[in-house]
Design a protein around this ligand. Structure first.
Ligand code: FES
Length: 94
């Protein structure tokens, strides 16, 4: 699997899978990680505070985990998280 070094790579990072690629990110809510990585398509479409639900993504914790759909602005990145869906109308591809 291709590994994508992000600008946030460093000694205190988490490894998550994003759009099929391994990424090293800092501990933060997913929305801020996506913004740092340049994946936000239209920042003015997001409320950034949990109200609009435009930031919704689907993820699972590990390959055997159950898929969960949640707001990225309310979801902290966790070690081993696999993001399985990011709606293309709101997010760019890596
Ligand atoms: S950015 Fe609006 S709910 Fe997350």
């Amino acid at each position: 699997m291709e590994q994508i070094p992000s600008p946030q790579s460093g000694p205190s990072t988490l490894q998550i899978t994003l759009q099929g690629k391994l990424c090293h990110v800092q501990e933060d809510n997913l929305i801020w990680i996506f913004q740092e990585m340049g994946l936000i398509r239209f920042s003015n479409k997001f409320c950034w505070n949990g109200e609009c639900k435009n930031c919704t993504v689907t993820f699972k914790m590990g390959p055997e985990g159950k898929e969960i759909t949640e707001r990225a602005c309310r979801t902290p990145a966790q070690e081993g998280m696999i993001i399985t869906d990011m709606p293309g109308q709101f997010y760019k591809e890596l």
